[in-house]
Design a protein around this ligand. Structure first.
Ligand SMILES: *[C@@H]1O[C@H](CO)[C@@H](O)[C@H](O)[C@H]1NC(C)=O
Ligand SMILES: *[C@@H]1O[C@H](CO)[C@@H](O)[C@H](O)[C@H]1NC(C)=O
Length: 407
């Protein structure tokens, strides 16, 4: 008797696993655009369940499943359709290094007319772009926190575009000025993150939007999972990216009637400058130690601050040097007939977002602490306290009371 429904049971389990797994994957891949697909998946799961209840012969069910798997895999394979890049102009900020530099080169090789902004026109990044790219690429010097420079870039871009609109605006420029516990982060660091990542991006977007609307084009913004989740030591950077996420999410539905599509790219950790620049972090560290109020430094301890810096340096050293997942997402957001609202670029993000979305804070906080910076030291003042508690534990009760009164 057991053998009779052993095989069907396993098939059933496999089918349900595939369907539930598929639905889960869709949710993780896109929080916002998963609605209709999710309903379809749930419907299909219920359907399979019903078929099962009618006791289909196992053979027939197998054939049905094979057919479905075939149709599913056919609909999945093959390159996704994409629009041509030729004749499309793209403006991308922050191309001195990192994602911006890599994306400018790739977009140029695909045939886009690229307008790439850099901070330093005579720097290594700019020279490399000039050397490696076609004559279609235009370099512009723009500090996105300077409104006159952004305006000048608009005039230069318009002069070159003529009557043509701008197909793509890629908001890539961003900074992570420093990192550390929020209490140990200088106000100037909070401000500089906001100034570049948020106000700078808003200013560029507002300035170039008329050209993008004219082309019924795309806006692609590089943000960070740190704008969605409370990574330890990234309060300044994360808060600026959270503001940016809300801004782009609002733009997404406001610009829908204009035919402008808006995507956000969320990269995992990559080896971008200056995050991998050892000298830069040493300087920031020294400056921080000099700027912190002595009482605060006393409470946390210099060793605590130093550990954070060392942990981050080693984290940055082991980050991914291959930017292609991010660059590919930018291309998809620019050329897919139906771009996604969000692209998760890089391994490990699905798990992080899954835990963040579905688990209680006690678990998701611990997970973020373990996967990012695994601190071993407590702040000095807390170490002292727990040291005292140990001492107290060894003494007898009367002594304890005396000591507590001294405290
Ligand atoms: C730009 O880069 C060049 C060459 O690396 C360097 O000499 C110059 O100081 C840089 N300028 C600025 C403003 O950083
Ligand atoms: C690293 O940072 C220092 C200090 O900010 C800077 O002078 C240097 O040019 C940077 N090096 C690289 C390779 O970017």
């Amino acid at each position: 008797m057991m053998d009779d429904y052993n095989l069907p049971f396993w098939i059933y389990l496999a089918v349900v696993t595939v369907f539930v797994g598929g639905a889960m994957k869709k949710v993780l891949a896109s929080h916002l655009s998963a609605g209709p697909t999710l309903v379809a998946w749930l419907g299909a799961t219920v359907l399979v369940e019903r078929l099962w209840a009618f006791c289909l012969p196992a053979m027939l069910l197998l054939v049905l499943l094979a057919l479905m798997a075939f149709v599913y895999s056919r609909s999945r394979t093959g390159p996704p359709p994409s629009l041509p890049a030729q004749g499309k102009a793209v403006f991308i900020t922050g191309c001195d290094t990192g994602f911006g530099n890599a994306a400018a080169k790739h977009l140029d090789s695909l045939g886009f007319d690229v307008f790439a902004t850099v901070l330093n026109l005579t720097g290594d990044g700019a020279r490399e772009l000039q050397r490696r790219c076609s004559s279609r690429l235009t370099l512009l010097q723009v500090d996105i926190t300077q409104p006159q420079q952004v305006q000048q870039a608009l005039l230069d871009t318009k002069a070159k575009l003529g009557l043509q609109g701008l197909w793509g605006l890629v908001n890539n420029a961003g900074v992570c000025a420093n990192l550390g516990d929020a209490e140990l982060t200088l106000m100037s660091n909070f401000r500089s993150c906001m100034e570049v990542n948020f106000f700078g991006t808003v200013s560029v977007t507002k300035t170039f939007l008329p050209l993008v609307r004219q082309a019924r084009g795309r806006i692609v913004t590089i943000s960070s999972p740190a704008g969605d989740q409370p990574f330890p030591c990234l309060a300044a950077y994360g808060a600026s990216k959270a503001a940016l996420n809300l801004f782009t999410n609002t733009l997404r539905h406001e610009l829908d009637p204009w035919g402008v599509q808006v995507s956000t790219i969320l990269p995992s950790s990559y080896k971008t400058a200056p995050s991998s620049n050892h000298t830069y972090w040493e300087q920031q560290h020294k400056q921080l130690l000099q700027s912190l109020p002595p009482a605060l430094l006393e409470d946390y301890g210099e060793d605590y601050v130093t550990e954070t810096k060392t942990l981050f340096q080693s984290f940055a050293e082991h980050a991914n040097p291959d930017f292609s997942p991010v660059v590919d997402s930018i291309v998809q957001a620019l050329l897919s007939p139906q771009p996604q609202a969000r692209y998760y670029a890089g391994p490990g993000l699905s798990l992080t977002y899954f835990i963040h979305s579905y688990f209680p804070f006690s678990i998701s906080d611990r997970y973020l602490k373990r996967m990012f910076l695994k601190k071993t030291l407590m702040p000095r003042a807390l170490r002292k306290q727990s040291g005292l508690e140990v001492d107290l534990g060894l003494d007898n009760r009367n002594n304890n009371e005396e000591k507590l009164q001294q405290l």
